[in-house]
Design a protein. Structure first.
Length: 278
């Protein structure tokens, strides 16, 4: 596993810290006192998170801790019972999942969700629907704007597939890709929506060490190439410690620790609860 790139974290005008390189820019995500209840039971309580514009952050914790629930709150699959979520300074109250995506949030899922009977490149193009402005008549008559926009979509789809190392497989059916490459295709499809924040739900799950190493390199490249932030959920501690600028540790819907990977690694409460004494 490659050594994590060292990022200097500095105080932000709140109780949070952000990467030094993000000073002077608005945080891409600012979740304040977030909570949600199901049937009177609190699944998430007083959750606070600020993510800098080019930060790679990790959310860790055992199964059932509420990590995917946090993703569902950020993307408005669930509406929070309490609290506020700001995306690039904009309050998302009342937004639905489509509106949140347009505001700049894209995600992948723990269980891969691809259109497996169509090609790899068409999976990416489908996610670029917002970039298409020609109307039905222009499409039927194959007018100039149709050809221009189709060429632009095709070019961008190939560029995204190159980023994740799948351009040579553009015409293959998605179902024929190995598991690790299907994960990468999901990332390319999420990037097609031009997000400001990319949410990755267990991106390294099921990958072998070589694939995991390649994924770390890909995520770093994505952060630098597109100047975006990444928030990931992951159980592979080597992966998390090797790539994240900062970690949040969740237990029963409550943050019990937050800090740099080296701080979390030596936090006794985290060691006991999650890292098994590593």
């Amino acid at each position: 596993m490659t050594e994590r790139e060292r990022t200097t974290m500095v105080p932000f005008p709140s109780d949070a810290i952000i990467p030094e390189r993000d000073l002077g820019t608005r945080p891409v995500l600012d979740a304040r006192h977030l909570g949600v209840e199901f049937g009177g039971l609190k699944a998430v309580d007083d959750f606070n998170m600020i993510i800098g514009r080019t930060e790679i952050a990790g959310l860790i914790g055992p199964n059932g801790a509420g990590k995917t629930t946090i993703f569902n709150l950020i993307t408005k699959v669930y509406q929070p019972t309490t609290g506020t979520i700001l995306i690039d300074g904009k309050d998302t109250a009342g937004m639905n999942t489509i509106q949140v995506n347009k505001a700049g949030i894209a995600r992948t899922f723990q269980n891969i969700r691809l259109f497996k009977d169509i090609s790899v490149i068409d999976n990416v193009k489908i996610a670029m629907d917002q970039s298409i402005h020609y109307n039905m008549m222009e499409s039927i008559l194959r007018l100039p704007r149709y050809w221009k926009e189709e060429a632009e979509v095709d070019q961008r789809a190939h560029e995204l597939l190159k980023v994740v190392g799948l351009d040579d497989l553009a015409q293959s059916k998605a179902r024929n890709l190995p598991y690790g490459q299907q994960r990468k295709l999901e990332i390319a499809r999420a990037l097609a929506t031009k997000p400001k924040l990319l949410l990755l739900d267990e991106p390294a799950a099921g990958m072998n060490p070589t694939e995991t190493h390649e994924l770390m390199t890909t995520i770093r490249d994505i952060r630098s190439r597109f100047n975006i932030s990444v928030l990931l959920i992951e159980h592979d501690m080597g992966f998390v410690m090797g790539i994240c600028d900062r970690l949040y540790v969740l237990d029963y819907g409550v943050i019990i620790a937050e800090g740099l990977p080296e701080e979390i690694r030596t936090n006794q409460r985290v060691i006991t609860a999650y890292l098994g004494g590593e």
